[in-house]
Structures are given as structure tokens and as C-alpha cells.
Design a protein around this ligand. Structure first.
Ligand code: FAD
Length: 466
């Protein structure tokens, strides 16, 4: 009889849950003698995915938007029977707050890069000189292929500082909560580098590769969500796992390699045995689990930004100057502490009872980390003060929900890809059967995390069968 093998997934966020789900699916399909356990430090599953239902509002404390073009999350949603709950974003318009006012993001821009000339020419976001400088992209030589560089360096060279600061920077740092002059081009958007190298210009390259959208395309549905809240996906995946798979309130403190397999030292003092381990926790936790290995040190040095998400529920009458669109990002050269605001009642109408409004603002950026440690009252005051510069809010919120996500946004700084390659190669050599997956490593959107979970499944199965 074949011996039973134990696979332990550390962390019960979306990466860990999707890993466990697809592992059990393959184990059943192939009749493999393997058992999967998920060890989660906190008292709930989902990690950064956390929906709160309150007074008829659906409030996402973490992610709310699933990028429609990334398929793994929709595949998982279908796997667990939630596809009837997918809803598209209800408005395509969004804005950047720059030069003291809200400017619509020019139609046809892709991650801030113009793919159509006229919306860009007529945009109030840039001066005539800034527009002229951006056109330099058509004639500037491709950057020399010499490894990695920062996103800021790359885009400033191609399009100039003004387009970067008023459009690209707010969009990209909105995704990464980072400083684009530190973030790695090759770990975040290597496709822009490839377009530059292939077409000699990123605008030319995008024009040829991105399908053209008509202005009349009212609902491009770039983003989707679940009308039951994203925690319902977590619950649905959990419900498909074999009973007893998940163990909450169980932190892994340390991992030791034994002659056969691994010993996981739990914070309870107990020891769990594993033949293979998938670690899906944030990078700094992993480094602490494997302090005896010098090659893990770069994970300890990898920065992470703290952010806070501030949901404010109002009576609709409190918002005098409501705006048509899903929200705005704030350019870093503006005198604001909020970094973005979603008009959630417009973007996702199902989240808000009739006659009410739900705003979701963010604070916390690399050069303003202190704000996350302020009291709820102080954060709320900062947010309302900033919002009132554009919105004219006449009554206090009916309630607010403030969520602090400390060190949650891993920063893929220049050289991230090479550092990860080195760490993963060393893991293969020194700790075979141990894999990393999740937001700190190869993409931090929910679908990227699921992709990494699926990839980890293949690696574990291959390892155990070898
Ligand atoms: P986590 O969700 O961090 O899960 C890791 C789990 O490991 C946690 O549950 C933690 O408790 C557990 N853990 C930690 N240490 C241990 C230990 N020692 N032992 C056992 N368990 C441990 N993405 C999008 O695609 N769209 C969005 O709109 C979006 N918005 C976001 C908004 C905010 C405010 C934030 C913070 C993130 C957002 N993201 C968004 C990113 C996305 O939510 C995350 O990157 C993703 O959910 C991370 O999943 P994960 O499983 O890799 O990590």
C-alpha cells in the first residue's frame, strides 16, 4: 500500500485557499494518497479579502475589484458555483485629482498611456509642453537592455515628468501603494518594456496591440465583483474543502528540514509533519519561519506599505456635489493625504441601499505611513476634510468602517525578479518540496494570487510523484 503524504498550506488567504482547493481536486481526480491541511494564524479565512455587511451596505474592507481580463479568479468562481453573482462595474468613468481639480482619465488610455491622440490632446491634465514631451515617445530610442529599472525611470524617459506625475503615477501607485521611482519595471509591467523594445515606442506598440474602444462603449466592464461580497467567494471555496482541512488560530513559527520531510513548529508548541509545504503568508513572516537560511534574508528586507481603507456611509442628501463616475485617484503632487476615493454607490450600486451613498477612501503611501497609526477619529477627519475639497459633504457619515492593513502591500522594488529567482532556486536546492505563493512574490492582485496557487499545486504534485 502506498504511504499517505501530508501537504501543508500555510496561510488561509485566497492564495492558500485556492491552492488547497485545486490540490484536493487533483488528489480526488487522480486518486492520490495525499492529505491537505491549511494552517491559518488568525480566527478567520480570506486574509485581505474581508466583506462586512452593515445596515444594508456591503462594505469591502480589502479588495473590491476583479480585473475582468484575468481569468483564474472567474474560473475559481465558476468552480465553486458562484458565477451567477458576478456583476460588472456600472460606470467606466474615473478621474485623477491633479492641479486642484478632478480630471477625467483620457479615453483610450491604457494604464495611463495614451493609445488615442485626441482625448489626450484635449485633456486638462497636461500642459501643452507636457503633451509635446509625451510625443517624444514616438522618436526616443528604446532604453538599453541592461536589466531592471524603476517604473518611474522608464516612463519619465519615454513620456516626461508631467504625464508620469499627473496620470501614470497615480494609476500605478494606486495598484501597488508604492513609489514608482522604486518599483521594478520588470516585476510589474515587463510588457511595457517589451513594447518599447519591439515597436520603438510604447504608444505605437499599444496602438497595435490593444483593441480599440469606441467612446460609445458605455460599459467596458474592466472590473467585476460578486454581488454577495468577495468574502462569499472565500466561504464558497472553504465549503468545497474536505471537512477538517482548515485549522484556524494556528500560526506556523518555524520550519525545520528533517531527514524525511519537514517539521512545522506551531505557536501552540505543537509540531506538524509535512512532506511538502506551500507558504502563502506575507514575505516577512516566511523569513521568520526560515531564519536559519541566509538566502531568505532578502525577504526580510523587502519593504511593505501600510494602508487604511475608510468606508463612509451617508444619506444621499449629505452629498451635495455628487459626481458621475467610479471614483478618483490623487496625484502625489496634490496637497491631499487621501490617495484615492471610490464612489462605491456608483461603481457597485448593489452595495448601497436606495437613498444612501457609500464612499471608500484610502490613506497611507510610502512617504505617509504615520497616518495609518492615527485614531479612527483623526483618520476620518483627514478623509472628510480632503473629500470636501471636491465634493461638498454637508452632513456627517451615518457610520464609518476603518480598516488598517499594516505592511500589507509588498513592494516589488528594482531587482525583485532576480531576487525571487535566487530565493526560489535556493529553495529547490536546499528545501525541496517547499514553495512560495501569494501577494509578496509574483503579482498582488487576487487573480495573480490564484494563478500562483494553481502553479504551486502543479509543483507539489510533481515533487511528490518524483
Ligand atoms: P493574505 O490575504 O495576506 O493571506 C495570508 C494569510 O496568511 C492571512 O490570512 C494571514 O493571517 C496568514 N498568516 C500570516 N502569517 C501566518 C503564519 N505564521 N502561520 C499561518 N498563517 C499565517 N486585489 C485585487 O485584485 N483587486 C482589488 O481591488 C484589491 N484591492 C485591495 C485593497 C486593499 C485595501 C488591500 C490591502 C489589498 C487589495 N488587493 C486587491 C490585493 C489583494 O487583496 C491581495 O493581494 C490578496 O488578497 C492577497 O492574498 P494572499 O492569500 O496572498 O495573502
Amino acid at each position: 500500500m502506498t504511504e499517505q503524504k501530508n501537504i501543508v498550506v500555510i496561510g488561509g488567504g485566497i492564495t492558500g485557499l485556492s491552492t488547497a482547493y485545486y490540490l484536493q481536486k487533483q488528489i480526488k481526480d487522480q486518486g492520490l494518497p495525499y492529505q491537505v491541511r491549511v494552517l491559518e494564524a488568525s480566527n478567520h479565512l480570506g486574509g485581505m479579502i474581508h466583506t462586512e455587511q452593515k445596515d444594508g451596505f456591503t462594505i469591502e474592507r480589502g479588495p473590491d475589484s476583479l480585473l475582468a481580463r484575468k481569468k483564474s479568479v472567474f474560473r475559481l468562481i465558476e468552480e465553486v458555483g458562484m458565477e451567477d453573482h458576478i456583476v460588472p462595474v456600472s460606470t467606466g468613468k474615473s478621474y485623477v485629482l491633479a492641479k486642484g481639480k478632478l480630471n477625467e482619465i483620457p479615453h483610450g488610455s491604457y494604464m495611463g498611456i495614451p493609445t488615442q491622440v485626441s482625448p489626450f490632446l484635449f485633456s486638462g491634465l497636461f500642459s501643452p509642453l507636457g503633451k509635446l514631451r509625451a510625443a517624444g515617445d514616438f522618436v526616443k530610442k528604446p532604453s538599453k537592455p541592461n536589466g531592471d529599472q524603476s517604473l518611474g525611470n522608464f516612463f519619465r524617459y519615454r513620456l516626461g515628468d508631467e504625464v508620469v506625475e499627473n496620470l501614470i503615477e497615480p494609476l500605478l501607485s494606486g495598484i501597488y501603494s508604492g513609489d514608482i521611482d522604486q518599483l521594478s519595471l520588470m516585476a510589474t509591467f515587463p510588457n511595457f518594456y517589451e513594447l518599447e523594445q519591439k515597436h520603438g515606442s510604447i504608444m505605437k506598440g499599444l496602438k497595435q496591440t490593444v483593441p480599440k474602444k469606441k467612446k460609445s462603449d458605455k460599459k467596458p466592464s474592466v472590473f467585476r465583483t460578486l454581488d454577495t461580497g468577495l468574502s462569499s467567494l472565500v466561504d464558497a471555496v472553504h465549503s468545497k474543502l474536505d471537512e477538517g482541512t482548515v485549522q484556524l488560530n494556528t500560526a506556523v513559527d518555524h520550519i525545520e528540514k528533517k531527514e524525511e520531510g519537514y517539521h512545522l513548529l506551531l505557536s501552540s508548541g505543537e509540531v506538524e509533519y509535512a512532506d511538502s509545504v506551500v507558504i502563502t503568508t506575507p514575505h516577512y513572516r516566511v523569513q521568520r519561519m526560515l531564519t536559519q537560511y541566509d538566502f531568505m534574508a532578502p525577504l526580510g528586507d523587502m519593504p511593505a506599505t501600510s494602508v487604511a481603507n475608510v468606508a463612509l456611509a451617508f444619506d444621499q442628501s449629505a452629498i451635495q456635489k455628487d459626481i458621475d463616475g467610479s471614483g478618483f485617484l490623487v496625484s502625489r503632487n496634490s496637497d491631499y493625504r487621501i490617495t484615492a476615493c471610490t464612489w462605491t454607490h456608483k461603481k457597485w450600486p448593489h452595495t448601497t441601499p436606495k437613498g444612501k451613498a457609500l464612499l471608500r477612501a484610502y490613506v497611507g503611501k510610502p512617504n505617509d505611513q504615520e497616518v495609518v497609526s492615527l485614531s479612527d477619529e483623526e483618520i476620518e477627519e483627514i478623509v472628510l476634510n480632503d473629500l470636501n475639497k471636491t465634493m461638498n459633504i454637508t452632513k456627517p457619515p451615518e457610520f464609518s468602517v476603518i480598516t488598517r492593513w499594516r505592511n500589507s502591500r509588498a513592494q516589488y522594488t528594482v531587482g525583485h525578479k532576480e531576487r525571487m529567482e535566487h530565493i526560489e532556486q535556493s529553495l529547490r536546492d536546499k528545501l525541496p518540496g517547499v514553495y512560495l505563493a501569494g501577494a509578496s512574490y509574483h503579482g498582488l492582485g487576487v487573480p495573480d494570487c490564484i494563478d500562483q496557487g494553481e502553479e504551486a499545486v502543479q509543483r507539489v504534485l510533481q515533487y511528490l510523484s518524483s
